[in-house]
Ligand binder design. Structure first.
Ligand code: AMP
Ligand code: GLY
Length: 425
């Protein structure tokens, strides 16, 4: 099969690496990809949100399936755009319709979905310009900390946890009145703070049946000890030690099944990944957020743990045949450690040459994120630059191997956490 994968991060390199291993993959194209994905297939210089150019490319190259990495094209309706176009409506696109992608594209929609289907989540209310004044006493009477969320997509920055009323008031005004996150924060969800430990669960659904992929935990803060500002993710581990059989039974009964059934009841067309951000409060799971795609860097540990052919898995998703798939997993622990540019998650420079990327150790893999090839050299091209994934018999062993490999790779200003998986070591 000829495949087109959209995106350019570490997640897409991990997906491309696995797709390329499949005997069913004839040609793999990645748009736009990075220096790492070009080793798995052919990079194509098309933006994942340029639907016209993507469709034209699909017709020219006889693409037989499109896999969407990031959320933006899904929230913008790439699946609907293919379906409504007779030139390409025979090509399956793995991902939810625009309607389904609202689980990530609108926090207010996701919250009302959870309430409607009785899925445990933090209590909340939504505010915009029409009920702005009501929000002020609501905030003043709300226990601290208060979580404010921009309704729409805000490049992972739209959630602010406020530890004082002054901060909460100011954020509230900034988001709604001053459009701090543009259109995305014209509406705001104010919700209770949940105190617990987080994990990510990925459910693949064909709209009928579903499969739960191995769970993972990501590490969002920039510094060791979970300190400093939030990032896109500095590392991840899979499996998650506290997600034992008893806990996962609760997750399944209280969250996964009601979510999948809720989509059906609401007649929402969804053939793709439901990413459920879960927080364990005492012994009980609550949903922190939904996303409509795989997580990054969780994918860099989840995909290597899959023994099942990924082309088969995505094809079964697109063709409503997931019930025929039996998922096989590598039982070892996988961890990934992300190398980032100096200054990230704030401003950073690009264009620094990276040395040591060809360093190979059995049981470890290097996935590129923000990299690009320039004049025969791989240079930095983003905040998150690359990650090292390693297997081990324990979290400690896996993380130590990844950190060892990191030590062999270098670029100007490179930084990474050495304590990924710290609670489990
Ligand atoms: P998001 O940008 O939606 O991924 O959220 C960023 C992070 O904010 C989450 O991973 C949580 O750590 C935190 N967060 C979001 N909602 C809550 C909540 N209700 N209680 C506690 N932490 C939260
Ligand atoms: N690692 C979290 C995310 O992909 O949103």
């Amino acid at each position: 099969m000829n495949l087109l994968l959209l995106g350019s991060g570490g997640r897409e390199h991990a997906i491309a690496w696995k797709l390329a291993k499949s005997p069913r993959c004839s040609k793999l194209f990645i748009a736009p990809g990075n220096a790492g994905t070009s080793e798995c297939g052919t990079n194509v210089n098309i933006s994942p949100t340029d639907f016209d150019a993507i469709k034209k490319f699909c017709s020219q190259e006889n693409i037989e399936m499109v896999i969407v990495g990031p959320e933006e094209p899904l929230v913008m309706g790439i699946v609907d755009s293919f379906r409504e176009d007779s030139n390409v409506n025979h090509i399956p696109v793995v991902g939810p319709s625009k309607d389904g992608a609202r689980l990530e594209g609108s926090k207010a929609f996701a919250k009302s979905f959870m309430v409607r289907h009785n899925i445990p989540t933090a209590g909340y209310r939504e505010f915009d310009n029409t009920n702005y004044q009501e929000g002020i006493p609501y905030l003043q009477n709300h226990p601290i900390p208060i979580v404010l969320k921009a309704d729409g997509l805000a490049a992972g920055k739209g959630v602010v946890i406020c530890h004082s009323y002054v901060e909460a008031m100011s954020e509230y005004e900034l988001m709604i009145q001053q459009s701090k996150f543009g259109e995305a924060s014209k509406k705001v969800v104010i919700e209770e703070f949940l105190d617990g430990i987080e994990m990510s669960v990925f459910v693949l659904t064909d709209g009928d049946s579903h499969i739960v992929l191995p769970p993972a935990k990501d590490y969002k803060r920039i510094k060791d000890g979970d300190k400093g500002p939030n990032t896109g993710g500095m590392g991840a581990v899979s499996p998650v030690p506290f997600a034992d059989e008893e806990f996962m039974k609760k997750v399944n009964e209280r969250i996964i099944l009601p979510t999948v059934n809720g989509l059906k009841k609401d007649k929402i067309d969804y053939t793709g990944v439901i990413f459920i951000g879960i927080i364990k409060v005492r012994e009980d799971p609550f949903v922190i957020e939904y996303n409509c795609r795989l997580g990054d860097p969780e994918t860099e540990v989840v995909i290597p743990r899959l023994k099942t052919d990924l082309v088969e898995l995505f094809l079964a998703t697109a063709n409503r045949k997931l019930s025929t798939i039996k998922l096989e997993e590598d039982l070892r622990v996988a961890c990934t450690v992300m190398a980032v540019s100096a200054g990230y998650p704030a401003t950073y420079e690009k264009g620094f040459p990276i040395s040591g990327l060809d360093f190979k150790v059995p049981g470890t893999m290097i996935f590129h994120a923000g990299t690009i090839e320039k004049e025969g050299e791989v240079v930095t091209n983003g905040g998150r630059v690359f990650c090292v994934t390693a297997f081990g018999e324990s979290v400690d062993e896996a993380v130590s191997s990844a950190v060892d490999v990191m030590g062999e790779i270098e670029f100007d200003g490179m930084f990474y956490r050495k304590d990924i998986g710290w609670e489990f070591r």
